[in-house]
Design a protein around this ligand. Structure first.
Ligand code: AMP
Ligand code: GLY
Length: 421
């Protein structure tokens, strides 16, 4: 098979690494990719949102399967465009990608499908939203309806914070059109975990659970980021709880999407709160998480490419995935200044020393080759991952590998895995 992966982060590096190991593969491309990915794939200098150029390239190169990593090309309709050109694409259509693109869509879907989630109301009018907040009182969660790169949710413990969020989103317009409509919902308490599933429109296979670390600094303080580390599986999420969440959250969502004529194919990522009344849905994403993907794929024993093809062909009912009985942990190395103003073009040394360790994989994200040397070129730059018989050993191996990397202009959290350990 000739395969094209779209994206250029650590998640796409892990996808390319896993796909490159498939006996089904004859040729792998990645657009735009990164220097780490070039070890497994031929890089194609086309941006992830240049859909016309990506379709032209895929047609010219007779690509058999396209695998988009990030949400942006999915929300922009890459699957529809590839499908229209007769090229298989393992991701949701634009209509199905609304599961990530709109909070209102997700909440309505949850209610229609009987999926447990926080009670909510929709507001298109700031005065009505304020009135609701004053009547209900804190705590409340205020969410901008549209995609907001992690800036669209305020968990308000006071009424004043909730009112300020309404003002920022709906009146000042800090998020543009994404904040014109808001969802205000009940605050859930419990442990937060992510569940991933491979979906073919009707059936779904679990891809495992993970826990993320969204804040920039140790102790869960500092600004929100794309994710500073993760581990899989999440020990708080038992096998029985995973089976239950597949039955009460993932499969009902697929059934409702199919009933609407917009079946979901691809990777479904459910953010769940494990409350005292069981798992409740916080949000859906329509792709792998980054760095969760890196952890999940290190645990996958089966051929990822065969599984993606089965999902595209609607054949997951006859498919099974096997997993290594090991834990995986990922530490993200980010450029100093991330997320607001990451230092660019700073030299990174001694990667090979970390990569040479047993059970260690280093996935690249914001990197570039400048005058023959590896330098940073983005916020999140490396994901250093390790596996082990348990989480404690995976963590210790990962941090030993991190210590071998010589990058004075980078930083990382030293407490990845604290919730579980
Ligand atoms: P979302 O974009 O919906 O995932 O929200 C971002 C983050 O806000 C989540 O990862 C949670 O930590 C938090 N959050 C969202 N909704 C709720 C809720 N109803 N109760 C408590 N925390 C929430
Ligand atoms: N690590 C969180 C995400 O990919 O959305």
């Amino acid at each position: 098979m000739r395969v094209l992966v779209i994206g250029g982060g650590g998640r796409e590096h892990a996808l390319c690494w896993a796909i490159a190991a498939s006996p089904l593969l004859t040729k792998l491309y990645c657009a735009p990719g990164n220097p780490g990915i070039s070890a497994h794939a031929t890089l194609v200098p086309i941006g992830q949102l240049d859909i016309t150029a990506l379709v032209d390239f895929a047609a010219l190169e007779q690509i058999d399967l396209v695998v988009p990593g990030p949400e942006a090309p999915l929300v922009a309709g890459i699957t529809d465009a590839m499908t229209a050109a007769g090229i298989a694409c393992c991701g949701p259509s634009m209509a199905a990608a609304a599961m990530e693109g709109s909070k209102v869509f997700t909440k309505e879907l949850a209610d229609a499908a009987g999926i447990p989630t926080a009670k909510w109301e929709r507001f298109d009018d700031a005065a009505a939203a304020r009135d609701f907040i004053t009547r209900r009182g804190a705590p409340l969660v205020v969410k901008a309806d549209g995609l907001a790169a992690g800036k669209g949710v305020v968990v308000a413990t006071t009424e004043a914070e909730a009112l300020a969020a309404v003002r920022d989103f709906m009146e000042t317009g800090t998020l543009g059109a994404a904040g014109a409509t808001v969802v205000i919902e009940e605050m859930l308490e419990g442990e937060e975990i992510s569940l991933f599933a491979l979906c073919d429109g009707i059936d779904a296979l679990p891809l495992g659970s993970a826990q993320d670390h969204k804040r920039a600094f140790d102790g869960d303080i500092g600004p929100n980021t794309g994710g500073m580390g993760a581990y899989s599986p999440a020990p708080v999420f038992t096998h029985a709880a995973e089976t239950d969440a597949m039955d009460r959250i993932i499969r009902p969502a697929l059934a409702e999407m199919a009933r609407r004529g917009t079946p979901f194919r691809g990777i479904l990522y459910a953010g769940l709160m494990l409350t005292s009344d069981g798992a409740r849905l916080i949000e859906f994403n329509v792709r792998f998480g980054d760095p969760e993907c890196q952890c999940l794929l290190l645990r996958l024993k089966s051929d990822l490419l065969a599984a993606l093809v089965a999902a595209c062909d609607g054949e997951l009912a006859h498919f099974d995935l096997r997993w290594h009985d090991r834990s995986a942990l990922a530490v993200v190395l980010a450029a100093k200044g991330y997320p607001t103003n990451p230092a660019r073009h700073t030299p990174i040394g001694s990667l090979a020393a970390a990569e040479a360790m047993a059970d260690v994989h280093v996935f690249q994200a914001g990197t570039e080759i400048l005058n023959g040397a590896l330098v940073s070129n983005g916020g999140r730059v490396l994901t250093v991952c390790a596996t082990g018989p348990d989480l404690a050993s995976a963590r210790s191996t990962a941090y030993t590998a991190v210590a071998k990397i010589d990058w004075p202009d980078g930083f990382y959290r030293r407490d990845i895995g604290w919730r579980a350990l």
